[in-house]
Ligand binder design. Sequence first.
Ligand SMILES: [Zn+2]
Length: 71
Amino acid sequence: MDARQKAAKQIAESPQDFKICEGCESIVMINVQMCPNCHAYRFNQSEADIIKHAEILGSREQQSVTSEDLS
Ligand SMILES: [Zn+2]
């Protein structure tokens, strides 16, 4: 399992700890005030959406969501 898949699994298991940036669709930690990637401040906190996003993240080629957001 690579780092991206590990991150996706972690997100899917604890969606309440994360949210999705509405600007660039990165998954960021719940306590982040501003997206580190695109500096947006609007986030989607729907757990269902976060789980769905994590599954996409784990199954797709590398995109803008990264494991360093989670460390
Ligand atoms: Zn963003």
